[in-house]
Ligand binder design. Structure first.
Ligand SMILES: O=c1[nH]cc([C@@H]2O[C@H](COP(=O)(O)OP(=O)(O)OP(=O)(O)O)[C@@H](O)[C@H]2O)c(=O)[nH]1
Length: 665
């Protein structure tokens, strides 16, 4: 851990893939996610091999983010990671299917055959120079994994396609989930198929960042798979470029290039978000990088002399099947236990948050405390505190070394009350408002009504006027909840679409203004008016950021009754789900009247899958709704279309809220 050379560096994953996020989070890498806007449209015919295509796409994805961040996010990353996964079969490169028919074409081509999965990875090291220009060093590599599919009937394929799983996956399947059922064998790195070759990535990181002395820097490292280092001139546009184009100073995947040592060239930056320590198990990473030359010795499968003979392979396969079946039923049992205990886990999180356990641990000198010190700080019993802390450890909210408890990276990220991405406001809302409503779920289901009266002893005809904004402390709590959601999801929503042609925006029901500030930050040419009830506006000052942008202004009014401020783009973030279709029509018709041709409406909500089978976050939320309903992207698109807003672009942000943008003709 002391060896860390990533300490204080801003590491960015230039990917919207939730799998890549999970793989890298699981190993303790601390990073920000900035999905790339690079369109995967490189001309495949220009590449001699599929892996060159994947590597170049990965590189362009990462470079686009590395070059955008200093302007759009006003900070320069130190390291940007991009990746691209493709499947190759019959000389074709398969990416993500565009629709169900495309998924069918892909999967029926894969049926009964072995195919290759290539993931290209690019690691961009950004060096700020004295003249404020930035140097980009590119280290890229790829990994190949062979996968064999069983013979698949059309019925099975369609059942699988209708599950919705294939749509955002290279080759149209997800090996980590239902798609695993289609697979006979995998030769090579499993995580490479899932979208990120973790093992080789760690080796590369080890070579780049291992501390001086433990490895020789700038010596020639031979990589088992293609690995190249380029330096990209700072003025290079992030446009698509085939191999050999000016972004390359060397061949696209020539082997045996130098791996630069990034550590000496980097200024260590300490960011407010607490990127002070890294939790990557560096000893492991360093040993992996040292082992990389031994890779060829691993048994590769059927043609490998080191592989077991046929008889023992058959026995092993039978054992695998049995183990798989037992594993499968164990997995189901685990899922059941998780569901049964889910409410306890939520309540542990709520209680630890309410008692300020995470803040208390952070405030201690060393960042760690023993149970008795925590008990004293939170004014609770020793026995109860110890149980709570242990439960938190089991849930990944805390970590314990000996008797000392400390926050995990996840808690530091989301659970400190003053963190930029703090979810405390929303957690408190869940504890104080949603939890009591859910204790009456059975009656809510029987009666089809919201249980506000049962839970809080008050009838509410208008949830906002009668419940959320009736008392000062309840209003503040509700505003804090909305604030934390807007802070966590705001940047992804604000950057979901190119809004550069618009000059003014109006965030309707924007509550504390957090979303409006994110839009202003993301779009330097945009002025944003935040429009909400007078009762809300009078308290929005509590939430004003220190560096508040004066392009954001606040106007009080009721969007159902009052005239709307004029704007080129109307933002409805987390608004429409609260209302019936009838009320949504009233609001949209008011917006349509205020709009001139070319104006846009951006709706940000949890989008239900088209078959309404998920995401469960949206469907669970619906259970405590009053007159509103959760909708899919196409339902929102239809509502908007009926008021003349067409040409819908949908963005699944993989954050708390998705977004759809529609424009008037
Ligand atoms: O078995 C699996 N195979 C592939 C995947 C997922 O498929 C996609 C591949 O697409 P791509 O590399 O273009 O990445 P995107 O999702 O578009 O995200 P970027 O923003 O990085 O371009 C990838 O998500 C794999 O994880 C899978 O899940 N299982």
């Amino acid at each position: 851990m002391e060896d860390l050379q990533l300490t204080g560096k801003l590491v960015v994953l230039a990917s919207a893939s939730p799998r890549r996020l999970e793989i890298l989070t699981n190993v303790g890498l601390r990073f920000e996610v900035v999905p790339s806007w690079f369109k995967e449209t490189l001309d495949k015919r220009l590449f001699k091999t599929p892996h060159e295509y994947a590597v170049e796409t990965a590189k362009q994805k990462a470079l686009e983010v590395a070059k955008r961040m200093p302007f759009k996010h006003l900070k320069t990353p130190d390291i940007v990671i991009g990746a691209d996964t493709v499947v190759t079969v019959d000389g074709l490169i398969l990416e993500k299917p565009v629709d169900k028919q495309d998924a069918y074409r892909m999967l029926s081509r894969l049926s009964g055959k072995e195919h290759s999965v290539f993931t290209g990875v690019a690691i961009i090291l950004c060096h700020e120079k004295e003249d404020e220009e930035i140097d980009y060093q590119v280290i890229d590599f790829y990994e190949e994994t062979k996968v064999k599919f069983a013979d698949l009937s059309d019925d099975l394929l369609w059942e699988y396609i209708n599950s919705g799983e294939p749509m955002d996956k290279a080759g149209g399947y997800g090996i980590q989930a239902l798609g695993g059922m289609l697979v006979e064998y995998v030769h090579g790195d499993f995580l490479n198929v899932v979208g990120f070759p973790l093992n080789q990535f760690c080796k590369k990181l080890g070579l780049i960042f291992s501390p001086p002395g433990s490895l020789t820097h700038n010596s020639t490292q031979t990589s088992p798979q293609g690995s190249a280092v380029d330096t990209v001139p700072p003025a290079e546009p992030a446009a698509s470029s085939p191999p050999g184009s000016p972004t390359h100073n060397g061949p696209p995947d020539s082997q045996g290039q130098n791996i630069p040592s990034a550590s000496p060239a980097h200024n260590v930056k300490q960011e407010e978000s607490g990127r002070g320590e890294e939790e990557v198990p560096w000893t492991l990473v360093n040993s992996l990088s040292k082992c990389s030359e031994n890779r060829e010795a691993e048994p590769q499968g059927i043609n490998d002399p080191a592989a077991p003979d046929l008889t023992s392979r058959a026995t092993m396969q039978m054992q695998n099947v049995r183990e798989h079946e037992t594993e499968d039923s164990k997995e189901k049992l685990c899922k059941m236990i998780e569901l049964m205990d889910g409410f306890k886990a939520s309540k542990v999180l709520f209680t630890a948050s309410k008692l300020r356990v995470f803040d208390v641990l952070r405030s201690s000198k060393t960042g760690e405390l023993q149970a008795e010190d925590v008990a004293q700080e939170i004014k609770a019993s020793m026995k109860g505190t110890e149980r709570l802390l242990e439960a938190c450890v089991s849930l990944g909210l805390l970590q314990r070394t000996g008797k000392q408890y400390a926050n995990t990276a996840m808690s530091r990220h989301f659970l400190l009350s003053d963190g930029p991405l703090s979810l405390q406001g929303y957690i408190q809302h869940c504890n104080e408002l949603v939890w009591p409503l859910f204790t009456h779920l059975e009656t809510a289901v029987r009666e089809g009504t919201n249980q506000h009266e049962k839970a809080f002893g008050k009838t509410s005809n208008n949830l906002f006027q009668d419940a959320y904004y009736s008392r000062h402390e309840v209003k503040l709590r509700f505003m804090k909840a909305m604030h934390s959601i807007a802070r966590v999801s705001g940047r992804d929503v604000a950057t979901a679409f190119d809004l550069s042609k618009y000059k003014t925006a109006c965030d309707l029901g924007g509550c504390t203004g957090a979303m409006a500030y994110e839009f202003a930050k993301a779009h330097p040419g945009l002025s944003v008016t935040m429009f909400d009830l007078p009762k809300v506006i009078e308290m929005s000052g509590h939430f004003r950021p220190h560096d508040a942008d004066d392009r954001v202004s606040f106007v009080a009014g009721d969007f159902f009754k009052d005239e709307l401020p004029k704007a080129d783009v109307y933002i409805l973030a987390r608004i429409l789900h609260d209302w019936s279709d009838e009320k949504v029509h009233i609001l949209l018709s008011k917006i349509a009247k205020a709009c001139s041709p070319g104006c846009a409406v951006l709706v940000s909500e949890i989008f239900l899958d088209e078959d309404r089978k998920g995401p469960s976050r949206g469907l669970l939320q619906a259970l405590s709704m009053t007159e509103g309903r959760q909708r899919s992207a196409s339902e929102y698109s239809l509502l908007l279309k009926s008021h003349g807003f067409t040409a819908a672009q949908v963005k699944h942000t993989h954050n708390l809220l998705d977004a759809i943008l529609c424009v008037t003709e």
